[in-house]
Write a new protein. Structure first.
Length: 211
């Protein structure tokens, strides 16, 4: 078993990265070979609409654009599980997450019948970290997150979504213009809930990485 773990946050040592490193440990506990990637270290673009992956004389399920993302896509399609974590900015995952999604899914999408050319199976775990509290997430975001993540079903595996809510943005709010947030609440919520989020990330990493 091989599991690709991707931190799609520009921050390499904060909440999303912590969640993904715990998911990676879970995958390792299940016996998987794990590759961990900070996506913002790579030179990449979203889909450039070159359509080479749709040409009749080219192999499908392959992105032909020459940057750091194309070889990663090949490794993902050769893996057994894919675990991605992204913070939510303005109600959306990060631009690098979107770039990965565009490139990965478009190269396996069939324009002969709108199915998938991909014949393998990759389980997918999606972890979304956000400032939003549970009530806001359930009322305004959950339907969008679930519907926009539906495209990962084209990888023919199980897809699990896990929200990490009401996150702590910084260690000391007094150093920033962030008066709209209650620092005490944020710290208390993190202390009460983040250990459980880490445990669940470990479990999901293990579950999706088992044969």
């Amino acid at each position: 078993m091989k599991t690709i773990v991707i931190n799609a946050s520009p921050r390499r040592k904060w909440s999303t990265a912590e969640i993904m490193k715990e998911a990676a440990k879970g995958a390792q506990s299940a016996g998987a070979e794990v590759e961990y990637i900070d996506l913002y270290k790579l030179d990449l673009h979203g889909c450039m609409s070159c359509l080479i992956c749709k040409k009749a004389d080219k192999e499908p399920c392959k992105c032909y654009w020459k940057d750091d993302l194309s070889p990663l896509i090949e490794r993902i399609l050769d893996a057994d599980a894919l675990l991605i974590g992204s913070p939510i900015y303005f109600g959306e995952p990060t631009s690098h997450y979107r770039a990965l999604l565009e490139r990965l899914i478009f190269c396996i999408l069939s324009y002969d019948g709108f199915g998938s050319y991909f014949e393998g199976k990759v389980n997918v775990g999606l972890f979304f970290t956000m400032n939003a509290p549970k009530e806001y997430y359930e009322k305004f975001m959950v339907n969008y997150i679930e519907s926009s993540s539906h495209v990962f079903n084209m990888l023919n595996g199980e897809v699990k979504i896990y929200p990490v809510l009401d996150t702590l943005q910084v260690r000391d709010y007094s150093k920033y213009r962030m008066a709209a947030f209650d620092e005490e609440h944020k710290k208390e919520y993190r202390k009460a809930h983040f250990p459980t989020d880490l445990e669940n990330a470990f479990k999901i990493g293990a579950e999706l990485s088992r044969e």
